[in-house]
Structures are given as C-alpha cells and as structure tokens.
Design a protein around this ligand. Structure first.
Ligand code: FE
Length: 193
C-alpha cells in the first residue's frame, strides 16, 4: 500500500499568526507530499512495500533513506505543533526538564543555539536517551534520531522551506513562533515508561 499524506492535525489557518496557511500549504501540501511520493515511487513493486515508514527509515540508505526519513520527520514535526500549544510542559515531562536542563529557559536556550548554529538544512530534536535522560540533538539534512538509540520527543524543522514564506531567512523569528506552537501533550506522550 502506498503511503498517503496524513491530514494536518489542525486546520491550515489554525497556526496563524505564527505560521500562515500559505506556509503550511507549501510545507505540508507540497514538500511533505513530495517526500512521500518519492518513497512510494522507489518502493513500488519491491519487497520494501510492506514495511512501515519507520522500518523503512531504519533499513534504507541513499536517496530512499533521504525521502523516507524526511517523510517520517515531517509527520512527526506536524504533530509537535498545535494551535493551543506553547507555554511550559507539566507533570513528568516538566520534572525531567528540571532534572536534565535545570529549567525550561535553559532547554529552550540550548535548543535555539543548536538551531541557529546548524549550517544549512536539518532538524533539531529533544530526545530521550535509553537511560532516561533528556538531551538536545541536531541532525543534518534528512537525518533523524530513528537511526540511533534515543527516542525523539520534539522536532523543529530547520530547512528554510519551513519558515521562508513567513520569516524569509530569519531563523530566530521562526524559532520564537515555534515555541508558541509546541504541543507539549504530544511531546509528553512520546516519553518512554
Ligand atoms: Fe520541512
């Protein structure tokens, strides 16, 4: 079965004014779709056709990996955003943030520095290491924590296509908007037991 473009988990206008409908149309409707189309074109008629997308990411290389990882990363990223997102996490996630970063401000500073320091295109992640510790991770291009041992909790797309429509090349302004949209309930739901 070919992979289908998942619907956005909110209306295309719901993230305004932080991310415009035009930006989401381009990012979700064109870029994300193009990655899924590329995966489908490459696996059609092969024995990879029955793999789930995360398995495909873990078991592919080259251009198939690039398309599959970008497709998986985008599916995860759009779930990390919510029109009523932002603010601070609570409960167990908040306790883990305090334990491993000191407070939310320090997590955010470390995440922002990683995002601003990433040359070119890539992703910034909040991950949970196998021992339970939280950490910031960056991946270049289509890179994804799925190929390592840590569990992705939160993703920020640092490809310019994610923010150029609304913020041109001003990555720092996009990051400010991103923090107003983070779906902490989704992030918390990704924690390991
Ligand atoms: Fe993207």
């Amino acid at each position: 079965m070919p992979f289908e473009l998942p619907r956005l988990p909110y209306d295309r206008t719901a993230l305004q004014p932080h991310l415009s409908a035009e930006s989401l149309d381009l990012h979700h409707g064109r870029h994300y779709r193009a990655y899924l189309d590329a995966v489908n074109a490459r696996i059609a008629g092969t024995d990879l056709e029955d793999l789930a997308l995360d398995e495909l990411v873990r078991h592919s290389q080259g251009s198939l990996f690039d398309a599959a990882a970008q497709a998986w990363n985008h599916g995860f990223y759009f779930q990390c955003l919510h029109p009523r997102g932002g603010g601070d996490p609570h409960g167990r996630l908040a306790e883990l943030v305090t334990r491993h970063f000191g407070d939310m401000r320090r997590l955010r500073d470390e995440f922002d520095q990683a995002a601003l320091g990433l040359f070119g295109s890539g992703w910034v992640w909040l991950v949970q290491h196998p021992g339970g510790a939280l950490a910031i991770q960056t991946t270049r291009n289509a890179g994804t924590p799925l190929t390592g041992n840590s569990t992705p909790l939160l993703a920020c797309d640092i490809w310019e296509h994610a923010y150029y429509t609304d913020y041109q090349n001003e990555r720092a302004r996009y990051l400010q908007a991103f923090w107003k949209l983070v779906n902490w309930d989704f992030v918390a739901s990704q924690l390991r037991d």
